[in-house]
Design a protein around this ligand. Sequence first.
Ligand SMILES: Cc1cc2nc3c(=O)[nH]c(=O)nc-3n(C[C@H](O)[C@H](O)[C@H](O)COP(=O)(O)O)c2cc1C
Length: 315
Amino acid sequence: MKKKILGLSFGRKMSNTEVMVKHALLACKEAGHDIQFIRVNDLDIKDCTGCIACVVSMIMGKKGGCVLKDDMHILEDAIMECDGLIFGCPTFEMTPTGTFKTVCDRMGPSHDISFRKVAIEEGLAAGKSPDQLPDQRCLKPRVGAFFSVGGAMTKNWLSFMLPTMYCLTMSMGIDVVDTYEYFGAMAYNHVLGNQPVMDRMWEMGKHVADAVVCDTEEERRRWRGDHEGVCPVCHCDLLTVSEDGKSIECPVCGTYGTFSVEDGKLKAHFTEEQQARSRLYYAGKLEHSTEIKTCAAPPGQIPDLQERLKPYRWD
Ligand SMILES: Cc1cc2nc3c(=O)[nH]c(=O)nc-3n(C[C@H](O)[C@H](O)[C@H](O)COP(=O)(O)O)c2cc1C
């Protein structure tokens, strides 16, 4: 069954990231799928202003969407249209590039599946026409895979990369089946001189090509990456430690766990119940959208707010 696979590069034209994304896409094409590539840095994408018009609109049962006028619609339409998403990003100052973060902010709350699904279901039940509601392609199951690229020879110069890169797939509920960290890129004039990495990208493409045609959710979601990581859901290695030092959290999933040291190795333990409430899954996202819908203070909570703001009205 032919599916649509979209590749996004946040790197320089024809440099490491772009060629790696395209190589993974070529594996998808060989498997019989349609492919599309977008060099995101070529698009004019403005920073999110934080106006939250998108979320307010969806909470009111409307279409959502962004008030900014730029090229974001090109990216948005391609993502909504695809069944599989492969993306790569260079490391800038230990984290993904500014453009990557901007895209995450623009795709984040506005495309949060827990807001969109409720708005669509309630809207249709109330007899609204689909064009008055959020784009229903958002409900389509999608799979994803992504990789980071870092020049540094020392892996810890990329430590925030994969965890942060989940921000792009998280809100849309894309099932990530593979991730990869390419560090030490500076030792090669171009990744084309590093065959094991090129082979790994081909494998990533095959993983997406395979996952995208799976019938069951369990099989589609199955982790195909070669690194298990400390978190059994996102497969990242980053943990935060509670204030009392007795428990841990996965900062990607927002789940709580415990740890033990076995044979000198730190082991993280996340119960099935905690894993199920990962924000990579619908249940975890619903927890947060419910929190926003029920806890956000309404306008007018501070009646003399304008008066209180007066001392700060200067630039
Ligand atoms: C502003 C800037 C900051 C960078 N910071 C890091 C870093 O923290 N860690 C790292 O591994 N590489 C870092 N690099 C190197 C890039 O990740 C590397 O050149 C990568 O290959 C760029 O991807 P591209 O070739 O696909 O454009 C940095 C490069 C730039 C321009």
